[in-house]
Design a protein around this ligand. Structure first.
Ligand code: PGA
Length: 264
């Protein structure tokens, strides 16, 4: 019998007998409380281990977390100057100084406003995406272990983490990955001219994210509700890349009420 890709993928995990865990799920009344919790986790990590390495996200969801981290830094509560921040992804191709690049996002929201030890993000203008992916994979390998990966989840039915769209393997590493059309439609709204959205990305893979000691997934708003339920309650498969997080023993989902409303 010929199995389709989804079955094959699922079966290969079963054959390897990866353990399945029940993630910690925290549901907050408001999006602000998600931000406060996310910031508190990062601050706790860095105050207890100042030279920590963190994987960090971009997008609408974490702006409130970054705002709080900048405030905590300016009031002396936390010092990021020994910590390493490694972004999940960047569009490709894109000029790093394009206003909608994730490089600019990071400068505007965080790294341009605090002193950090190290900060890394893929170069969206590298001439060859494959060699840029290799460079970023090497850089990530040299900064292991990642103490905490803070991530978002894609909108609608995408269930992406980083830009690991449907079909991504649990073993995937840093690579060039095309944007799913559903993601493209949503993210195009973040470009002055929606037609300018790049066709692809350079992203950490699922295996990179699962390699972190702890993972914190943030979700807010109704556009995440279907995906959160699918991720937590559906089949673990590459059809919902975020579902692979259930193979990691230390994952927290920090959700607002809206994004949690379909959890069965
Ligand atoms: P968002 O993006 O925070 O802008 O919703 C999250 C993601 O696509 O992973």
């Amino acid at each position: 019998m010929v199995k389709d890709a989804k079955d094959r993928d699922y079966q290969s995990h079963q054959e390897r007998e990866l353990p399945i865990y029940v993630p910690e799920v925290l549901i907050f009344e408001t999006p602000d409380e998600v931000d406060a919790y996310a910031a508190s986790r990062v601050i706790r990590q860095i105050t207890t281990h100042p030279a920590s390495s963190l994987t960090v996200p971009t997008g609408n969801t974490p702006t409130g977390m970054y705002e709080r981290l900048v405030a905590a830094n300016s009031n002396g509560e936390v010092d990021f100057s020994q910590a390493t921040f490694i972004n999940l992804d960047e569009y490709y191709p894109i000029s790093p100084d394009h206003p909608s690049s994730y490089t600019e996002y990071m400068k505007r929201n965080f790294t341009g406003r605090v002193k950090v030890g190290e900060w890394h993000i893929p170069n969206g203008a590298a001439p060859d995406p494959e060699s840029e992916a290799r460079r970023y994979a090497d850089l990530l390998a040299q900064r292991q272990p990642i103490d905490l990966a803070v991530i978002g989840i894609g909108p609608g039915t995408t269930c992406h983490i980083g830009f690991n769209e449907k079909g991504s393997s649990i073993d995937s590493g840093v690579r060039y990955a095309p944007l799913a059309s559903e993601t493209q439609a949503v993210n195009a709204q973040l470009f002055d001219d929606p037609a300018e959205i790049p066709a692809g990305t350079l992203t950490q893979g699922i295996a990179d994210i699962l390699g972190a000691r702890q993972i914190l997934l943030l979700a807010k708003g109704p556009s995440k509700a279907w995906g959160i339920n699918r991720t937590l309650k559906g089949l673990i498969s590459s059809d919902a890349p975020a579902s692979f997080l259930r193979h990691h023993p230390r994952v927290t989902f920090a959700l607002d009420k809206e994004s949690a409303r379909y959890i069965r």
